[in-house]
Design a protein around this ligand. Structure first.
Ligand code: NDP
Ligand code: GDR
Length: 327
């Protein structure tokens, strides 16, 4: 039975990836950091019905010793490094923590692999945010990077460390440059889920307005369920490499609002307010991914349209709020 170690297993992607790997017959072990809110740990895994099937081990990307101990104990065949301080807006308020976890955290895991002489294959969760202020109409593995936030700078460091360990030590280390991907399990602070949650609350009469920041930025949004499949495919290749994972369609926040509100029979212009205090110090205006390499080499392609994903997210938020109201 192959063994997978997932850091960030309590997050959106960690939960979907755990379910995918369990379905393929893996033993799935997740790194769990200490939290005082232990009652809500594993909420996403529970939502997907797999909490009882994964093993959780104590560890933190900040603590190298804990990573070494986990690798010695678990002896994984595959390591998926998904853990991060992943919210771009927070990275301006906590740049050093973001660097520690999102940047140096990856380096610590790579060092732990080397120190324990693990033969595990390694996946690094890189990000389209690394492109930042790019001029090219679409972004591929060949597009230069220009990070625009402390988060993106930290991700770029982790990305190059992954490339460097592959080239220096021959590690089977791959980096997925994933564009935005969402789902009903997306954190509520991210714009898509903030919008679908807002639509549900307005539809149920629990709120009147929804405050957002910049409505003109555009993102290439896919579904997390499709994107974790790409992570697994990367580690099944004989040769490690870097791959862009994206849908090839970009949509503005404003257009996302229009689609989401109209799904619920509402007009977004009656409810959405753009507030200057929600703007970011520096913005990534446009992202549009070119996933030709992943399509050709991995045989990967997205299966969920933006409209299908929006519908799934709103339905889940209606259930959550309907249930909460009854409760
Ligand atoms: P989430 O924010 O949902 O999950 C982040 C995970 O990291 C949580 O499990 C969190 O644990 C864990 N974590 C945070 N700090 C530490 C730490 N110090 N030690 C161990 N674990 C820690 O992110 P997503 O699932 O959306 O994203 C997964 C990865 O992919 C992230 O690295 C993200 O930056 C990257 N990415 C995401 C994209 C997206 O669109 N979703 C696109 C491109 C890249 P806890 O529950 O305890 O907070
Ligand atoms: P992003 O996702 O920064 O792309 O990073 P987010 O959903 O936070 O923002 C997307 C765009 O929406 C604009 N925006 C708002 N964003 C939030 N969160 N809240 C608002 O109220 C709001 N109003 C407008 C933002 O300015 C931005 O342009 C996500 C994360 O998952 C990263 O970890 C990942 O690496 C990238 O996607 C790819």
């Amino acid at each position: 039975m192959p063994v997978a170690l997932i850091t960030g297993i309590t997050g959106q992607d960690g939960a979907y990836l755990a379910r995918l790997l369990l379905g393929k017959g893996y033993r799935v072990v997740g790194l769990l950091r200490r939290s005082a809110s232990s009652d809500v740990i594993g909420e996403r895994l529970r939502w997907l019905g797999v909490l009882d099937q994964v093993e959780l081990v104590d560890g933190d990307l900040i603590d190298l010793a804990s990573l070494i101990r986990v690798l010695q104990k678990v002896r994984p065949d595959e390591i998926y490094n998904l853990a991060a301080q992943s919210f771009v807006a927070t990275s301006w308020h906590q740049p050093l923590l973001t660097s520690e976890v999102t940047g140096l955290g990856a380096a610590r895991m790579l060092e732990a692999i080397r120190i324990t002489e693990s033969a595990a294959r390694f996946y690094q969760a890189s990000s389209s945010e690394m492109y930042g202020l790019i001029q090219e109409p679409s972004q591929s593995e060949k597009t230069p990077f220009y990070p625009r936030s402390p988060y993106a700078v930290a991700k770029l460091y982790a990305h190059w460390m992954t490339v460097n360990y592959r080239e220096s030590y021959g590690l089977h280390a791959s980096s997925g440059i994933l564009f935005n991907h969402e789902s009903p399990l997306r954190g509520i602070e991210f714009v898509t889920r903030k919008i679908t949650d807002g639509v549900a609350r307005i539809k149920l009469g629990l709120a009147r307005d929804l405050s957002l920041g910049n409505l003109d930025a555009t993102r290439d949004w896919g579904h997390a369920r499709d994107y974790v499949r790409a992570m697994w495919l990367m580690l099944q290749q004989d040769k490690p490499d870097d791959y862009v994972i994206a849908t090839g369609r970009t949509t503005s926040i404003r257009e996302f609002c229009r689609i989401a509100f109209s799904y619920a029979g509402l007009n977004y212009e009656d409810h959405v307010v753009s507030r200057s205090d929600l703007l970011r110090p520096a913005e990534v205006d446009v992202l549009l991914g070119d996933a030709s390499k992943a399509r050709g080499t991995l045989g990967w392609q997205p299966e969920t349209s933006l409209e299908e994903m929006v519908a799934e997210m709103i339905e889940a938020d209606l259930v959550r709020h309907g249930a909460a109201r009854r409760g």
